[in-house]
Design a protein around this ligand. Structure first.
Ligand code: NAP
Length: 282
C-alpha cells in the first residue's frame, strides 16, 4: 500500500516521517517556503511504523517523491537503509534528511550544520576557538558535538545523566571532546541545553537543566528547545544579562539545508522562520 499521500499531477511530494509526527512543525516550514518560491511541491507529515520504513524508501526511489525529513524514532533505521550517506550522517549513524541522486537515496544529517549557522547568524561571532558545554547526550547533542569540533571549538564538554552516553557524544568531538559536569559551567563560553528539560508538553516546562547561579552574563546560553520560544533557562539567562539563543534558528537552518538539497534553491529563511514562529505562537 502506498505510504505517501497522493498529490495532484505534476506535484513533487516531500514529507517528514516519524512516529508520532502529528505535531511536527515541518509541514508549516516547508510549505511556506514552497509557496513563497512558487515551486510545485507539497510537504506532508507521514506517521509510519519502523517496520514500514523500508517500503516507504522503496516508494521514494520509484515515485515523484523529492525528499524526506526523518524524525524520531527512525533516524538510525533510515541510516541503515539508504544507498549512501554523508560523512556526518555516517559518523552519527543517524539520518534526518534523504535526498535523491538519480535512482539512489542519499542520507544526510543537517542538525549540526543547522546549529552552526544559527550560532553564527545570531552571535555574529565565529564558532571557532570557543569552549562549549553541552547538557544532554542524545541525538541532538551528538550532532552538535561533532559539528562544533569540526568547526574548530577549543573544547566540547558533554554532561548528561548517563555517563556512557556522554562518553559516546564526547568521542564525536575527537581530541577537543570530554565528559564533564555541570559544576564546570563556569569555564564554558557557550552552554547548550540539548535535553527536553523546559519543553512544552513534557510536564517540566518550568524546570531548567542549569541553576541560575551557574550562569554568567559573559556567556552565550543556547536552548535547542523552540517551544516555548523562551524556556526557563533562557529567561534566567536573560535576567542576568547573558546573551540567549532559542532552538528556532537551528530548526530553520537545518530545514533550509534540506530544502536546498532537494530543490537546489537557496531557502527563503525569513519566510520559514516567520511561518514557524507564527504557528508556535497560535
Ligand atoms: P534524545 O535523543 O531523546 O536525547 C535527550 C537527552 O536528554 C538525553 O541525554 C536524555 O537522557 C536527556 N534527558 C531527557 N530527559 C531528561 C531529564 N528529565 N533529565 C535529565 N536529562 C534528560 O533527544 P534529542 O533528539 O537529542 O533532542 C534533545 C532536545 O533538543 C529536545 O528538546 C529537542 O526538541 C531539541 N532539538 C531541537 C532541534 C532544533 O532544530 N532546534 C533539533 C533536534 C532536537 P537519557 O538518554 O538518559 O534519557
Amino acid at each position: 500500500m502506498a505510504k505517501f499521500p497522493i498529490s495532484s499531477e505534476g506535484t513533487t511530494v516531500a514529507a517528514v516521517i516519524g512516529d508520532p509526527v502529528r505535531h511536527s512543525l515541518s509541514p508549516t516550514i516547508y510549505n511556506a517556503a514552497f509557496k513563497h518560491d512558487q515551486v510545485n511541491w507539497s510537504y506532508f507529515a507521514v506517521n509510519i511504523a519502523t517496520e514500514d520504513v523500508g517500503d516507504l524508501l522503496e516508494e521514494m526511489r520509484q515515485q515523484h517523491v523529492g525528499g524526506i525529513s526523518v524524525t524520531m524514532p527512525h533516524k538510525a533505521t533510515v541510516a541503515k537503509l539508504v544507498d549512501g550517506m554523508t560523512r556526518q550522517a555516517e559518523k552519527l549513524g543517524a539520518v534526518n534528511c534523504v535526498s535523491k541522486n538519480g535512482g539512489t537515496l542519499v542520507g544526510h544529517n543537517t542538525d549540526g550544520e543547522g546549529l552552526l549557522r544559527a550560532l553564527e547568524a545570531e552571535t555574529e561571532e565565529a564558532v571557532e576557538g570557543k569552549s562549549y558545554l553541552i547538557i544532554g547526550a542524545g541525538g541532538a547533542a551528538k550532532a552538535v558535538a561533532l559539528a562544533l569540533a569540526e568547526a574548530g571549538a577549543s573544547e566540547v564538554i558533554v554532561t548528561s545523566r548517563n555517563v556512557s552516553k556522554s562518553e559516546g557524544a564526547a568521542a564525536l568531538a575527537g581530541h577537543v571532546g570530554r565528559v564533564g559536569s555541570i559544576t564546570e559551567s563556569d569555564r564554558a563560553d557557550v552552554i547548550i541545553n540539548a535535553t527536553p528539560i523546559g519543553m512544552q508538553g513534557t510536564g517540566n516546562e518550568g524546570d531548567t537543566p542549569l541553576p541560575i547561579d551557574s550562569i554568567h552574563r559573559r556567556q552565550i546560553i543556547v536552548d535547542l528547545i523552540y517551544h516555548p520560544l523562551e524556556t526557563e533557562l533562557l529567561k534566567n539567562a536573560r535576567s542576568i544579562g547573558a546573551r540567549t539563543i532559542n532552538g528556532i534558528g537551528m530548526l530553520v537552518h537545518q530545514a533550509a539545508l534540506q530544502y536546498t538539497l532537494w530543490t537546489q534553491k537557496d531557502a527563503p529563511l525569513e519566510i520559514m522562520q516567520s511561518a514557524v514562529i507564527q504557528k508556535i505562537s497560535e
